[in-house]
Design a protein around this ligand. Sequence first.
Ligand SMILES: CC(C)(COP(=O)(O)OP(=O)(O)OC[C@H]1O[C@@H](n2cnc3c(N)ncnc32)[C@H](O)[C@@H]1OP(=O)(O)O)[C@@H](O)C(=O)NCCC(=O)NCCS
Length: 363
Amino acid sequence: MDGPRRPLPTEWNQVVDFFNDNLRFDQSWKIDQEYPLAIHSKNLNNIRVLSINNELMSGAVMKMHIMKCSMGLFKVAAIGSVVTAPEHRNKGYSHEVLKDCLQAAEEQVCDFALLWSNLYDFYRKVGFELAGSEVSLVIDKEMNAENPEVKILETNKIAPEALLKLYNFHTTGTIRTVEDIKAYLKIPNTRFYTAWDKGNQLLAYAVEGKGADLNGYIHEWGGMVSHLVPLFSHIRKAQGRTITVIAPNNSSNLIRSMKPYCSTVNHGFLGMIKLLNYDNFFQKAIRYSRNLGVDGFIVHKDGDTFLIGCKDKIYQTTDEKDIVRIIFGPMNEVDYKNFDQETQTVLKQLFPIPFWAWGWDSV
Ligand SMILES: CC(C)(COP(=O)(O)OP(=O)(O)OC[C@H]1O[C@@H](n2cnc3c(N)ncnc32)[C@H](O)[C@@H]1OP(=O)(O)O)[C@@H](O)C(=O)NCCC(=O)NCCS
């Protein structure tokens, strides 16, 4: 067995074929078109594979993102395309690959790793936990919210600079370049919708579908709520089916405006998170608490023990999940009952942080 290791540049075509044959064998496009930044030869150093007799049999892909939210900037390892060839499964290969990914992400000073999966127990075994929040607005009612002042176009011929300008108004998400957006605009099996004013200024955008994933889901959007609502109304009508908008929990204005059109508003998890460089990450949390004028907040890892609290009231846990849930949420009232009143007030003031990842950046 050879690996886990980063692939050799000479193996590139073999690597793309491996992920494609095991994950997208039934599609008309290739997997690198679906993940143009992650499955790209420039990102080779962040891919891990295992091979036997020169044949690839297990692998995973990471994309390092710089992500922002009100707590500051994070370096995040987004992990995906985790796969073992069917004949080699249940021999521990994926876990070996994942552990190697996490080690590389730690060495690259990532604050935490993030992934999207429904194989919760599989990823829990390497330390991931469900955390963060995401709201799904299921638009199943008729919407007649079009606005004659707003012109809607369905095309991917959108200036990436204009998209980026609107995207940058988001308070949370990955820091992107124009080149990143250009690449994302070419992802197959995607529908793009834009709203324009009479002077041909881009007012809002929405993206539905992403390759084999997110069919029927608007996973990227931007612009003011007053322009997004007519845009979503158009999409609902044009597609003639239930459409779900996914949004960060803190988009309260949008959520409130869309509720009349949704029988269901689901509150789910953002994804699965595993902390990596504890000291770095906790220093950011402490700095953030000071910026908000909170004195004496402490979060620290000492050996296997996590310490969290305020002033002289410090709580201990050896379960990373407890800390991840406090910082990223979700926490319910019963969870807070484990803390004294003053600590509860501080934790609720600081956390959960309004952190979110947009659909194009999932791997
Ligand atoms: C999921 C997958 C990657 C696991 O690969 P693998 O090499 O067989 O995994 P491992 O042998 O390292 O499994 C390690 C552990 O996870 C468990 N496990 C494996 N597949 C699992 C699954 N689908 N759900 C829950 N646990 C699973 C194993 O039983 C094993 O547990 P143990 O350590 O207690 O014995 C593989 O089944 C696969 O390629 N599936 C198709 C693609 C896929 O779904 N990828 C995940 C995308 S998010």
